[in-house]
Ligand binder design. Structure first.
Ligand SMILES: Cc1cc2nc3c(=O)[nH]c(=O)nc-3n(C[C@H](O)[C@H](O)[C@H](O)COP(=O)(O)OP(=O)(O)OC[C@H]3O[C@@H](n4cnc5c(N)ncnc54)[C@H](O)[C@@H]3O)c2cc1C
Length: 301
């Protein structure tokens, strides 16, 4: 372990520890806790990792430093801002919520307060910054439903913007890669804990049937609106296994790590699915998740 000039902890570690599928080789990880630390960390080639819930990282890792938001940048100040909130109309604008804050824990706190707007994102195992960057969501709601201000860090400095400054849309914030969402202010509507819980339960019900094991989430986008999971199922691929990675028997569009899988195992299954379905499809199957480094799976793009 070393410490940077501005006090950031820097450690070489397997990235497998920081992805939900649990695969990925080593990189130099910068556990950044302050805006000054972020400014220092982005002065050399870098990547930013959130909860790693949309990533498959190659077994040889990545050469760039990998930034992980930690400490205060992974905590939420939910105190309503008196200058921005409007209690008469039930509008709450929070203090700063760190981009490294785990989304599931944040949603539990919002539910307890009876604050609405983000409950449609229930069940997404992301950090706030990663979920904002992708505008993660479900058919019940998405991250941009509850955003007031975004704080963005790049090598050029720190800027504050609002959703109106972005051309955001479906699963897309419009933020370029490596524009770090360091903190956000949330815009919420006063409801009741019971009502928020009821909407969360309803949204979560749609997840029944998804595997509970280590996974990077859905593998492929639905080609032309047809369910990729159904196509994989019909091709008889559910349960196929390479090494310790398996196409989930519960849902064909999920690859799971049985314990000890490598990125090569996961990529092998992705290639198997693509190759088997290709003859029947007009368009190639498109990956849902990112592969780091991108060259490791250029054939899957
Ligand atoms: C079981 C499961 C269920 C899922 N269900 C859904 C779902 O219903 N809907 C949905 O939309 N997604 C879903 N996902 C996918 C995933 O959770 C989302 O894509 C999420 O937005 C990824 O966030 P993350 O913090 O894990 O980002 P990571 O996977 O760590 O990174 C993904 C991308 O975001 C960038 N990034 C991460 N943090 C930041 C930051 N602070 N600032 C800027 N860029 C950043 C990374 O550089 C990378 O490009 C699911 C995944 C799993 C494993």
């Amino acid at each position: 372990m070393t410490v940077s000039a501005l006090g950031t902890r820097v450690e070489r570690q397997p990235l497998a520890r920081y992805t939900t599928v649990g695969v990925g080789g080593e990189a130099e990880i910068w556990f950044v806790e302050t805006l000054d630390g972020l400014h220092e960390a982005v002065q050399a080639p870098y990547r930013i990792i959130g909860a790693g819930s949309n990533l498959v990282i190659h077994d040889s890792g990545v050469p760039e430093r990998v930034i992980r938001l930690s400490g205060p940048l992974a905590k939420a100040d939910l105190t309503p801002d008196p200058g921005l909130s409007d209690p008469v109309n039930g509008l709450i604008v929070t203090g700063w919520v760190g981009g490294g804050t785990p989304l599931p824990g944040l949603l539990r706190k919002l539910q307890a307060l009876g604050w609405s707007n983000l409950e449609g994102t229930v069940g997404i195992p992301a950090q706030v910054g990663g979920a904002v960057w992708m505008n993660a969501g479900t058919r019940f709601g998405e991250m941009f439903d509850g955003l007031h201000t975004l704080e963005i860090v790049t090598p050029q400095g720190v800027r504050h913007i609002t959703p109106d400054d972005l051309n955001w849309g479906y699963r897309n914030s419009d933020l370029p890669r490596n524009h770090i969402v360091s903190r956000v202010r949330l815009k919420l509507q006063q409801s009741t804990p019971e009502e928020v819980q009821a909407r969360m339960t309803h949204a979560d019900d749609a997840r029944k049937g998804q595997p509970k094991m280590k996974t990077p989430g859905c593998a492929f986008k639905n080609p032309g609106g047809v369910s990729a999971g159904m196509l994989i199922d019909r091709a008889g691929l559910k349960g196929e296994q390479i090494g310790q990675a398996r196409i989930a028997p519960e849902h064909g569009n999920f690859i799971v790590n049985l314990g000890g899988a490598t990125a090569a195992d996961v990529l092998g299954l992705l290639r198997l699915i693509r190759g088997r379905l290709a003859p029947a499809l007009d368009v190639p199957l498109e990956l849902e998740y990112e592969i780091w480094p991108e060259e490791a799976a250029a054939d899957l793009r």
